[in-house]
Structure formats: structure tokens, C-alpha cells
Design a protein. Sequence first.
Length: 280
Amino acid sequence: MSGRDCPRVWVDTDVALGAPRGDVDDGFALAALLAAHRRGRIHLLGISTVFGNATAAVSGDCARELARCAGAAVPVVAGAEEASRETAAAEAIADLPAGVELLCLGPLTNVAMACRRNPSLPAAISLRAVGGNLSSRGLLPPLWPHEFNLALDAKGALAVLEDRWKSLTLYPLDIVRRLDVGAREVGALRDRGPIGKALERGSRRWLVRARWRHPLRRRFPLWDLPAALDLLGLLSGEFAVRSPARGARRYFGPGRELRFLVSFDAARAWSSFRDLLVPA
């Protein structure tokens, strides 16, 4: 792919793969993007961190280690540790050039700050965000699957998602949770080079957690991976303009209809991810 055709990408994440606690799913999405960057499929301009699964500082360490394992030289920028303080990440996102794909895998705090710094940002770039859902019932924030990214900074999420982006795509939790893995799939990543070994090693504690949290299946969802694969053109999925579930509308504003992922081939997505990680 030529430099002119290569998509430019920035990812904002609360990655915890490599940390002592927190969901490891961001690590799989980052691994896909880093592998694609090394292969020249995308130009990953940078990674910013945000509080969530881990502190922004811990997420920075995790992101740098994954980039090292992937053999990819990508800058990592420190982001928000709370919902109200300006950050270097917000400044970097505010200065992104037109046409960039911004992928958000954590709370939208950095992006909300960036939009305040640069109100013209949404019209110039495309936003993809993991969060919300289409099926939970009731007036309260969804209990299944539990809202996380948007709920940790509901005010920031509402400010971001009410804005008018060049394009906006949402990956709801009740859909992306269909891509899940267990010990067999994770163990098979060991032959995918240093990045595969890092994923396998970092997922061990989450597999232990899955044994008591999901004793019948012993698997855990890769919430963020479908969004990364879709950005890379590797997701066989369907999209539709929908209203979010009633309990999730507090994060989107009243009467909003947005573009959501509504179905995808999970087995094919996992296969595409494994193929992407084959050492060059």
C-alpha cells in the first residue's frame, strides 16, 4: 500500500495487558493495529492513554511494551488520570490532521478535552468508539453487559457523541462481546512471535478470572478487537443506523440515531486476527 493510500490512525486506550489488574482486551486491539502498522497497512500516528482499566501512566507502560514486542516505533502520549484535567494526549488529539481515523477504546475524556481545545476537530476526522449497547432494557445504565468506557466519564461521552463528526461508528458491547476466547485460543498465540507471546502471557490472569466468573465457558470477551479489525478492513460485519438501548441514551443525547455495528462473523474475525500476527 502506498503512503498516499495508507490510512492514518490514532488510538486512545486504557490498555491493561501487562498490568496486574484490569481487562486485557485493549491489548488485542493494539496488537492488531501495531502489526498492521509494521506491515504498512496503516500509519499508526500515535497512542494516547486514559484512565479506566488501569491508570493512564500504567497504560502507557503497557502500550510501550506491546509496541516493543511488535517491533513498531510508535509514540505513546500520556493522557487523563481523571475527567477534568487537561493532558498532553488532549493536545495531541486536538492537533490531528484532517482525514485521520481516531479509534477510542476507553473513556472519551481525552477526546472531549481535545474538542474543547479545537472545536473544528470533529468535522475533520472520523471517530470509532467502543461502548453503548442496543439491547439492554430499563431506565438505569445497562447492567448487562455492564457499561464501562462511557460510564466512567458520562459527561465527556455525551459531549463527544453529540458532536458532528466527519463519520462516527459505534461498537456496542452486546454485539462485540460475541468475540470471546479461552485458554486454547490464547495459548495458540505463542507461535505468533513476540507480540503473540506477550498476549498469551498477559492474558493468563484474565483466564484465571474467567474460570470463576464464567465457570461453564471459561472464556472472556475481546470487546475492543472487532473495532480494530473493522478499521483495518478485516471484519465481516453489518452496520445499521439505530437508537441505543433506553438505558444507554444518557451517553448519546435524546433522539439520537447513530451508526452501530449490529452483527459480525466472530470466528472469521479471530482467524483474521491470528493471520495478521504471523511474523513478517
